[in-house]
Design a protein around this ligand. Structure first.
Ligand code: RIB
Ligand code: CA
Length: 310
């Protein structure tokens, strides 16, 4: 029984590896890829998403452009992490596959209205603008979403774009607030777990030797790791977004707690902070499974095996 998913993304080298992992996994039926402005502007993230589908030799996957700016905030991008194109590393040809005409938000709504309730999982890998816009435009879809498994937020790790906030939530905190208050079954892969999913030299060289796809992955992670090595002194790139797909494939690689997570939207100082009540000090009801740990070796074994299939 395949699991139907929509990947909502802002590629982004780590988004690219997540998309490859999903397309290499027969357990997942990728109904479409919806793109949002985030790491770089929408014109580049939609281009990058199509490039990645062609790296996977899957030009059949429909790619939809979504929101080009957050619900309320001005767009903040991350070229300092992902490079000018958002997919710096190996030079890849311009995409040949078309971008779909339909807006990503309408694709999300129509897919959820068409498919049987509770059978489609949303996998946001970037700012939550498209997801929140869909929930605002068609509130009834909330009861039809099987699960939202997203990369975003932080607790012990605190922030990577400000001292308090992780990038995906920071870019559109109002959208994140809508999603976290939607009542949908949410699983959060925060920096606390993604910073435990660091690449290492051996793995990157294994990738580089693994043919065309592996070479692209190695070049992307080589580029992407610069930021974290400089900022955290870590050795290796945190593969943030692939943890979302790995969770779908092997949830037993992960562990976390059902807790309450609220989003700071009022304060300039802490805008976009995920206020995660890890120790249950408030009486606020749990609204998310907040993942805190992963089996790193198991994650990389899964990633290596699946990417080797492409
Ligand atoms: O903070 C990390 C997240 O922000 C990842 O999804 C990365 O791709 C960027 O979107
Ligand atoms: Ca991303």
């Amino acid at each position: 029984m395949t699991r139907k998913i929509i990947i909502d993304t802002d590629p982004g080298q780590d988004d690219a590896v997540a998309i490859l992992l999903a397309l290499a996994s027969p357990e997942l039926d990728v109904l479409g890829i919806t793109v949002v402005a985030g790491n770089v502007p929408l014109s580049l993230t939609e281009r990058n998403a199509r490039i990645v589908c062609e790296v996977a030799r899957r030009p059949d996957i429909p790619v939809f452009a979504g929101c080009d700016c957050p619900l309320r905030q001005p767009l903040v991008t991350a070229e300092h992490v992902h490079g000018k194109t958002g997919l710096d590393g190996i030079a890849l040809p311009d995409p040949q596959m078309p971008l779909q005409d339909q807006h990503a938000v309408d694709f999300i709504i129509e897919t959820l209205q068409r498919e049987p309730p509770g059978t489609v999982t949303l996998c946001p890998l970037g700012p939550l603008t498209n997801i929140a816009a869909a929930l605002q435009k068609a509130p009834e879809i909330a009861d039809r979403i099987q699960q939202i498994v997203l990369m975003g937020g932080a607790y012990f790790e605190v922030g990577n774009i400000t001292p308090a906030a992780e990038f995906n939530i920071y870019v559109d905190p109002e959208a994140a607030e809508i999603v976290f208050k939607s009542g949908v079954d949410i699983v959060v892969l925060p920096l606390d777990v993604t910073h435990k999913a660091l690449t290492n030299r051996d793995w990157v060289e294994t990738m580089r030797a693994q043919g065309r796809v592996g070479e692209a992955v190695a070049s992307w992670t080589d580029f992407f790791e610069r930021f974290d090595v400089a900022k955290y002194g870590s050795k290796g790139a945190p593969l943030h977004d692939p943890t979302v797909i790995a969770y779908l494939l092997q949830p037993d690689l992960f562990s976390g707690k059902h807790i309450n997570v609220e989003i700071e939207t009022q304060s300039d100082l802490t805008r976009g902070m995920t206020v995660a009540d890890w120790w249950g000090v408030t009486k606020r009801p749990a609204n998310a499974l907040f993942i805190g740990h992963l089996d790193r070796d198991g994650f990389y074994a899964l990633l290596t095996e699946r990417l080797g299939r492409l």
